[in-house]
Write a protein of this length. Sequence first.
Length: 182
Amino acid sequence: MTTDRGDSSVQWLRSVLDRYEGPLLRYAARILGDADRAADVVQETFLRLVKSWGPGQEGGLAQWLFTVCRNRALDVCRKDRRMMQLGQQEEQIQGAREPTPDALADQHEQSARAAAALARLPANLQEVLRLKFQEGFSYKQIAAITGHSVSNVGFLIHTGIQKLRRQFGIPARPAGAHGDTL
């Protein structure tokens, strides 16, 4: 029995969902600070995917998904800023703060320190570092997602890494040392 075009489209969409839903949810949640709104943004991203893409159109798919997700999340942020009153903002900020459990395992301690150090960086540095190191995008892909030039992405990543090194007291690399690792 052969599968028809509809079955292959469903299979393709399932494979795209399996591959990108988690990373897109993390990315949108970082921008929005809210998992529920992030889920809505990711859902809209996949709805736009269904209207715009199909099986066999894999080239640039990850970049397109992250760009659409980012733009939609930023739209939501702009709308929230316009509509949210000061009291609601204060409630949201206080509700988002959860104390760290006293019994946090040692293996999570360094991760928490790194996340805290990253959170102290400006938003543009956080975004490019997350896209590079958490999502594995190239400088060119990050440039397309964020709207920065490739050289600016490189500068932002370099600056972010240097600021993280200083926060952790790690000496600067000697001249001629290259790489994107801390």
